[in-house]
Ligand binder design. Structure first.
Ligand code: C2E
Ligand code: MG
Ligand code: MG
Ligand code: MG
Length: 289
């Protein structure tokens, strides 16, 4: 009986894996057409100065509206796009769209664009950034590129050259998802980052008593301050988390406590002409009451 059920389990497990692989293959095929079919959109989530509630910029986040499955999370389809190299054309589209949208806002907010290590590894990447800036007329100081620790898997000399070429364009660089990847403090010594983004996995547990996450955030903030970098806490949802981030002197906050990512039209509608101040509230208040 044990033998039989073992075999049964094995068969079930392997067909499960097969199903996942087939789904992935199908999504990859659908991704090939998604750009041409206009299924992508870029949404914008405010990044706010914690002490003043002033919006200083936004993060551009890609959205895929699949014709059959509806909205599919970038956490699911970006890795597929990276493995199939489709991220090059998709990433280029996001960069150009974000630059041209931002140039049209009428206020000098920064726009942060996520860059895959696959894009970053391309020698022509700085030229693409220069082209997106020239085409849109966006001030380079308003563009921030969010890069993950994955780029450091490449050979050191290439990475250094790429950073130098990008800084020469006048754009800002942010280290995204800090502490979740192949962190080495050595990266911070040589790479010219303007900002460290503290991953939401640290933020979310930080309000528990005796939290180790809190100690880690404290250390990241001290390091960033010593190296003259800003810090953004990601995924801040509750007032408890928000108050703690302020107490820990995190300079910027991004999360549902202020706003979800918004479609460009909704974002433009929310923009005032001058300073944009938003009070912490939003869905977080209802969710956590
Ligand atoms: P990320 O760059 O770390 O982006 C932050 C993620 O946190 C976004 O997820 C955002 O919607 C989510 N978020 C913001 N506030 C909150 C909050 O209060 N609570 C929670 N639970 N989540 C919050 P999203 O949009 O699903 O994107 C997931 C990841 O996909 C991004 O993580 C980024 O790594 C990647 N991604 C998104 N757009 C692009 C893109 O255009 N290019 C590349 N290469 N990657 C992208
Ligand atoms: Mg990001
Ligand atoms: Mg992030
Ligand atoms: Mg993250």
């Amino acid at each position: 009986a044990a033998k039989g059920s073992g075999r049964g389990r094995f068969r079930f497990f392997s067909s499960d894996l097969l199903k996942a692989a087939e789904e992935r293959k199908a999504l990859e095929e659908d991704l090939h057409d998604a750009l041409a079919q206009g299924q992508f959109a870029v949404h914008y989530q405010p990044i706010v100065k914690a002490q003043t509630n002033q919006v200083i910029g936004v993060e551009a986040l890609l959205r895929w509206n699949h014709p059959e499955h509806g909205a599919i999370s970038p956490a699911r389809f970006i890795p597929i796009a990276e493995e199939s190299n489709l991220i090059r054309s998709i990433g280029e589209w996001v960069l150009r769209k974000a630059c041209s949208d931002a140039a049209g806002w009428g206020v000098p907010l920064r726009v942060a664009v996520n860059v895959s290590p696959v894009q970053f590894a391309d020698q022509a990447f700085p030229m693409l950034v220069a082209s997106a800036l020239a085409q849109s007329g966006l001030d380079p100081a308003r563009l921030e590129l969010e890069i993950t620790e994955g780029v450091f898997l490449e050979e050191g000399g290439l990475t250094d050259a790429r950073f130098k070429a990008l800084k020469n364009l006048g754009v800002r660089l942010a280290l995204d998802d800090f502490g979740t990847g192949y962190s080495s403090l050595g990266y911070l010594k040589s790479a010219p980052f303007d900002k460290i983004k503290i991953d939401q996995s640290f933020v979310q547990g930080a309000t528990q008593p005796a939290s180790r996450n809190r100690a880690i955030i404290t250390a990241i903030v001290a390091l960033a301050q010593a190296l003259d970098m800003e810090t953004t806490a990601e995924g801040v949802e509750s007032f408890d988390q928000f108050d703690l981030m302020k107490a820990l002197c995190v300079s910027h906050v991004q999360g549902f406590i202020y706003s979800e990512p918004l479609a460009n039209e909704a974002f433009v509608a929310a923009l005032g002409g001058g300073d944009w101040i938003i009070e912490p509230s939003g869905p977080a208040r209802q969710r956590h009451q």
